[in-house]
Write a protein that binds this ligand. Structure first.
Ligand SMILES: Cc1ncc(COP(=O)(O)O)c(C=O)c1O
Length: 439
């Protein structure tokens, strides 16, 4: 064995030792230990992989990024995966790519409309605005918290060019209906799959239906890189456009550290540049730099190995919570799932009924006092936020349920860090609260 390989082995053994000592988890103490809504789930292998990439000192996207992109695409059964530095960047890139002049008539132009929802995460909607497009908001259903798909066709105008929505909390939206509408009206469909990695619809992974899908690897998500995101597509032209916008807007598609992938680096003539201008420095789009680092990807490579078990554990925790909460149907609207859907849940959503005898604030205060973390359905109604003061948007119909969500909906965790013992503690707390406060 070479000296540096021996040293590497020694370093990895030390990292393993360190992990076992420094990252040991304490025993769960009901009432004293916190019950997070989500968190990083990892072992020594993520730490070793991170150190491995540090020893390479390649830093920018390299062997780990390539490995992750290949394995992630294979897992989902798609042609292309492109890593980026966050789910928000993935969303920005998805919309930006569709503005490329190379798409001709189909390209998104300033003033075009994109159908979406107001009950969700801000950076699903923000890229629409950042690209001078107009978000058109449609209400969602309570229970599924997904778009009211029956309203989409009525909301379409001659300016409508795309649909951009998330599978809320991992619960797939009606892909049969929405794919049909997108095809009929020749609309782009972007799936924000940031909260739904591993969810299936009719036996096929969500994120593989639309033209582009996006993913987030921020710690609460199904797998984590700390910060990180990805886009997937089966369309090679879109892949190239995403790559261009991600990598400074350049025309060249060389991997970091590579030259002349096109084989004619000094033989291009594009724009008004002189013939032979170095392809590495030719820009076909007003781009960004939203690339990932190899350290992030190195963590992702190990997380991906754990993904199947993470998905099962999220489903198990959801099932245990649902079974335990069924008896409180008169107080809460419980999550609803379409028959075709098999969600890989992000969280367990609850809406307090009007006649429950208590408010959302009452129950979340009680849960938080008992160290159970609660979260909102993100922005609630994005149009009510200070950020929306001067934004040009259109609401189709009304946002009655979206407003209701802002007042009455919250969620608790289902992430793999929650054991059956912890889920039982959560259910006990609900029982005590309902005994005390239920109307
Ligand atoms: C539905 C959805 N889209 C996009 C994002 C943004 O992802 P990131 O935090 O990686 O930027 C999130 C974040 O949690 C999200 O929940």
């Amino acid at each position: 064995m070479k000296k540096e390989d021996e040293l590497k082995k020694e370093i990895f053994n030390k990292v393993r030792e360190y992990y076992l000592l420094a990252h040991k988890k304490g025993k769960f103490m009901p009432g004293n230990s916190s019950v997070p809504y989500a968190g990083r789930v990892y072992d020594e292998n993520e730490l070793i992989s991170l150190v491995d990439s540090a020893l390479d000192f390649w830093l920018t996207a390299g062997r780990f990024a390539r490995q992750f992109e290949n394995e992630f695409a294979e897992f989902l059964g798609v042609k292309h995966c492109l890593l980026t530095n966050s789910g928000s960047s993935a969303n920005l890139l998805a919309i930006s790519a569709l503005t490329s002049p190379s798409l001709g008539e189909k390209g998104l132009k300033p003033g075009d409309e994109v159908i979406t929802v107001a009950a969700g995460f801000p950076t699903t909607v923000n890229p629409i605005i950042q690209n001078n497009l107009i978000p058109v908001f449609i209400d969602v259903d309570l229970g599924t918290y997904n778009i009211q798909h029956e309203r989409i066709e009525e909301a379409i105008s001659e300016k409508t060019k795309a649909i951009f929505i998330a599978h809320t909390m991992g619960n797939p939206f009606n892909l049969d209906a929405i794919m049909k509408i997108a095809e009929k009206h020749d609309l782009w469909l972007i799936e924000d799959n940031c909260d739904a990695l591993g969810s299936k619809y009719n036996g096929k992974y969500t994120g593989t239906f639309g033209h582009i899908a996006t993913f987030s690897f921020y710690p609460p998500h199904h797998i984590s890189m700390g910060e990180g995101g990805a886009l997937v597509t089966n369309d090679t032209q879109l892949k190239r456009l995403i790559e261009s916008f991600r990598d400074w807007g350049r025309d060249c598609w060389c991997e970091p550290g590579c030259d002349n992938s096109c084989g004619k680096r000094f033989e291009w003539q594009l724009g008004e540049l002189p013939y032979g201008y170095d392809h590495k420095y030719i820009y076909s789009h007003i781009g960004y730099n939203l690339k990932v680092t190899d350290m992030q990807a190195a963590i992702g490579v190990e997380q991906l190995k754990k993904l199947p078990s993470f998905i099962n554990e999220r489903k198990r925790n959801f099932r245990l919570l649902y079974e335990g909460m069924k008896k409180y149907k008169e107080y809460f609207i419980l999550p609803e799932i379409q028959i075709e859907a098999d969600p890989s849940w992000f969280g367990f959503l609850l809406t307090v009924r009007k006649d429950a005898g208590f408010s959302k604030n009452d129950i979340i205060k009680y849960l938080e006092e008992h160290k159970i973390a609660t979260r909102m359905l993100f922005a609630g109604n994005i149009t009510r936020h200070p950020s929306f003061k001067n934004v040009n948007y259109r609401i189709y119909g009304d946002l009655t349920n979206t407003n209701r969500i802002m007042h009455d909906t919250f969620w608790i965790g289902v992430y793999p860090g929650l054991t059956e013992e912890i889920i039982n503690y959560i259910l006990k707390c609900f029982e005590k609260f309902v005994d005390l406060r239920g109307g």
